[in-house]
Write a protein that binds this ligand. Structure first.
Ligand SMILES: Cc1ncc(COP(=O)(O)O)c(C=O)c1O
Length: 310
């Protein structure tokens, strides 16, 4: 097992070139942390890394976590367990549907055991009663929260900043729980700016979560970050014609594959801010490619529905 290095290999930082971006006077880069590992991709690698070390150090041999049936986090935890020698248990929101979708099929092939819980029970997953019930049922385990955000994940994500050896003005990420953004803010230590793009509707809890996670890890309050709340396209995992069109245009013009649930919404938001002159002239902006490409397999039917009506 090699858990000695935060990053097994450096990931590319690619300048996106177009007449449009030149005309708008911005330098836009994409940091391909999605390429860090074929299965523990993007922010998942950084969120999990120190947690895996901690689990080994305290002698836990089982990782238990939560997620929806298409969750990138479930997929990555299953892969990490398989690669680094942990048993894995996934508590999955909602009923079991057979055949399993591509995300769960992959997780199962990595050895993950599933336990499906209905939505009302799932909502109680952070209660002490639920934790006791899990312990009775599964014995000892290392608990990873839904989405993988805890202080060790924030620590890992803070190291995304050290992996960038170029000056910049803004670093951008898609936000679900906000753990990745909290890590970026901690890594910046008050320099440059971090911008999050919420993929969920209703961002107040998200802002509070980011503040809490920054303070918990760094003990500091920073003001060099913001979350844009207007690019969720109707809510988590919701997509529209306009979004799918944009994702296709982006891939065609810039040659970088993205997906519509996380990175597509962020990049749409960045282009919208560029159009509205949000960034100062000659700003250098880095968009973080946080991965999530595995989710495309389970989205094909939904996407086809949109593309066929274009
Ligand atoms: C591909 C991808 N990008 C971004 C995020 C958002 O990360 P966070 O929950 O840390 O805000 C997630 C969710 O974990 C994700 O799967």
């Amino acid at each position: 097992m090699n858990l000695n290095k935060i990053s097994p290999y450096p990931t590319p930082l690619i300048k996106l070139e177009s007449d449009y971006l030149n005309k708008q006077n911005v330098n836009l880069y994409i940091k391909r942390i999605d390429l860090i590992h074929p299965y523990i991709s993007g922010n998942k690698w950084f969120k999990l890394f120190y947690n895996l070390i901690e689990a080994k150090e305290i002698g836990e041999d089982t990782l238990l976590t939560f997620g929806g049936a298409f969750s990138n986090h479930i997929y990555a935890v299953a892969a990490a367990g398989n690669e680094y020698g942990f048993k894995t248990i996934g508590i999955i929101r909602g009923e079991k549907h057979l055949p399993l979708n591509p995300t769960l099929r992959f997780a199962e092939s990595c050895g993950m055991k599933f336990y499906f819980v209905n939505r009302s029970l799932y909502r109680q997953k952070e209660s002490s009663e639920f934790k006791e019930w899990l312990e009775d049922k599964f014995g000892n385990f290392y608990l990873l929260p839904e989405g993988g955000t805890n202080s060790l994940a924030v620590k890992g994500c803070s190291e995304i900043i050290t992996s960038i050896d170029m000056e910049f003005d803004y670093i951008c990420t898609a936000c679900g729980t906000g753990g990745t953004l909290a890590g970026l803010v901690c890594g910046l230590s008050g320099k440059e700016n971090a911008l999050g793009f919420s993929v969920l509707k209703g961002g107040d809890f998200l802002i509070k979560n980011v503040e809490k996670n920054i303070q918990k890890f760094s003990g500091e309050i920073f003001h060099n970050w913001d979350i844009k709340l207007n690019y969720h396209f109707g809510g988590y995992a919701k997509i529209t014609n306009e979004l799918i069109n944009f994702v296709k245009m982006f891939e065609k013009n810039y040659g970088v594959p993205i997906e519509p649930i996380y990175t597509g919404k962020m990049i749409y938001g960045i282009f919208d801010l560029i159009k509205n002159n949000y960034f100062k002239k000659n700003s250098t902006i880095i968009a973080l490619h946080t991965g999530g490409m595995q989710g495309l397999k389970g989205l094909q039917n939904k996407i086809k529905k949109y593309t066929s009506s274009l």
